[in-house]
Design a protein around this ligand. Structure first.
Ligand code: ASP
Length: 333
C-alpha cells in the first residue's frame, strides 16, 4: 500500500465557525478523522505545516512547503497538501516551478465548505486527492470536484460553489468517477525531482481598465523587478491623449525592468502581434508575453526565474521554455 504524507496548511476545509467568521483551526489529524475509510486506499501520515486562510499565504510559505516535501521526499510515495482555495492555484503553480519533474505525486486540495458542515465538498475532495496521490500521478496537480488539474493550469473560477477550479488552456489530467481515477494524460518526469529554493518576490501586476493612468505603470515599475500587465483581449497598450505607455515602458526596460503582457480574458491567451496596439511591443527587449499561460503561472514563473538569474537573455529563454506544460504556444522569440 502506498504511503502518503498529508501536509496541512489551513483553508476552508480546516475551518470552524467563529464569532468573526470562518477561520482555519482543525489540524490535519482532525481532518483525517473525518475520512476513516482512507485506510483502505493508502497509508497516511500527517503533519501541520501552517494553519492559515490562504489569503495569508505568501511566497515564503511556498518555500516552506517545498522544504517540507524535500525533507520527507524519500520517505513517502506521494504528498497531499490541504490548502485554502483562494490562492491554491498560485501555490500549485509555485510548487510546479520549485519542484520540477517530480516522479512522485504532489496533490493540492481543499474545499468550499468546511469539513464539519453537513453539506460539504471536503470529504470527497480529500479522499480524491489521496486516491490521486496513491495512483502515482507524477508532478504537481490540484484535485477538486472530481477533476485533476495540472498545477500550472489551475485557476479559481467560482467563489462559492463546488466547481471552484478550471483548467485554463489545457485539458484535465483526469477525472475521479465513483472512486476511480480515470487518467487522460500521462506526465513525463525523467530526470527529476529538481528542487529550487530561491524566489524574487518583487513581481507586480497591473490590471488595465479603460482610462488607467500611466502614472500607475510608472509607480509599479519603479518598485518591481518584473511587472505583468493584464491587458485587454489578445493584448496591447493604450494611446490615450497625453499618455505614452509604450515610451515609458521602453524607458523602464532599458533600465533592466522586465514587463510581461498578458490578458485579463480567461481563455485562449495573448497574441500581441495581431493588433497595432500590441504589435509595436513585439521584439522590444525586456518585453515578453504570456501567450497561453495563466496569471498565476506567470507570477510564479517570474519569481522562480528572477530568483535564478538576472541575465536578460537567460530570463527570456527560461520564460519561454515550457515547465510542467505551462506554455504550449509556439513562441516566435
Ligand atoms: N478563504 C479561504 C481560503 O482560501 C477559502 C477556501 O479555502 O475555500 O483559505
Amino acid at each position: 500500500m502506498k504511503k502518503i504524507l498529508m501536509i496541512g496548511t489551513g483553508g476552508t476545509i480546516a475551518s470552524q465557525v467563529t464569532e468573526n467568521g470562518l477561520a482555519p483551526e482543525l489540524t490535519s489529524t482532525q481532518l483525517l478523522a473525518h475520512i476513516p475509510a482512507i485506510s483502505g486506499i493508502c497509508e497516511v501520515e500527517s503533519l501541520q505545516l501552517l494553519n492559515l486562510d490562504s489569503t495569508n499565504i505568501a511566497p515564503n510559505h511556498w518555500l516552506e512547503m517545498v522544504g517540507c516535501i524535500r525533507e520527507h521526499y524519500e520517505d513517502y510515495d506521494g504528498f497531499v497538501l490541504t490548502h485554502g482555495t483562494d490562492t491554491m492555484a498560485y501555490s500549485a503553480a509555485a510548487l510546479s516551478y520549485l519542484i520540477q519533474k517530480s516522479p512522485k505525486p504532489i496533490v493540492f486540495t481543499g474545499a468550499q465548505k468546511p469539513i464539519g458542515f453537513d453539506v460539504t465538498d471536503s470529504k470527497i475532495n480529500l479522499t480524491d486527492a489521496f486516491r490521486t496521490a496513491a495512483s502515482g500521478l507524477p508532478g504537481v496537480s490540484l484535485v477538486f470536484n472530481g477533476k485533476v488539474i495540472l498545477g500550472t493550469r489551475a485557476q479559481k473560477i467560482r467563489s462559492k460553489s463546488f466547481e471552484a477550479f478550471s483548467s485554463i488552456n489545457y485539458p484535465f489530467l483526469g477525472v475521479l468517477r465513483d472512486g476511480v481515477l480515470l487518467r487522460y494524460l500521462h506526465e513525463s518526469c525523467e530526470g527529476g525531482p529538481v528542487f529550487y529554493d530561491r524566489l524574487d518576490t518583487k513581481v507586480g501586476l497591473l490590471k488595465l481598465i479603460p482610462g488607467t493612468e500611466q502614472a500607475l505603470l510608472d509607480y509599479l515599475l519603479e518598485r518591481c523587478d518584473a511587472l505583468m500587465i493584464e491587458s485587454f483581449g489578445v493584448g496591447g497598450l493604450p494611446d490615450y491623449e497625453g499618455s505614452d505607455f509604450c515610451g515609458s515602458l521602453c524607458r523602464w526596460t532599458e533600465r533592466g525592468k522586465l514587463v510581461v503582457l498578458t490578458t485579463q480574458v480567461q481563455n485562449e491567451g495573448s497574441d500581441l502581434g495581431i493588433y497595432h496596439v500590441g504589435h509595436r511591443l513585439k521584439g522590444v527587449p525586456g518585453v515578453l508575453e504570456a501567450f497561453d499561460m495563466t496569471t498565476e503561472a506567470v507570477t510564479a514563473k517570474l519569481m522562480w526565474i528572477l530568483g535564478q538569474t538576472k541575465d536578460p537573455a537567460e530570463i527570456q529563454r527560461l520564460f519561454y521554455t515550457p515547465v510542467a506544460h505551462d506554455i504550449l504556444w509556439p513562441a516566435e522569440c
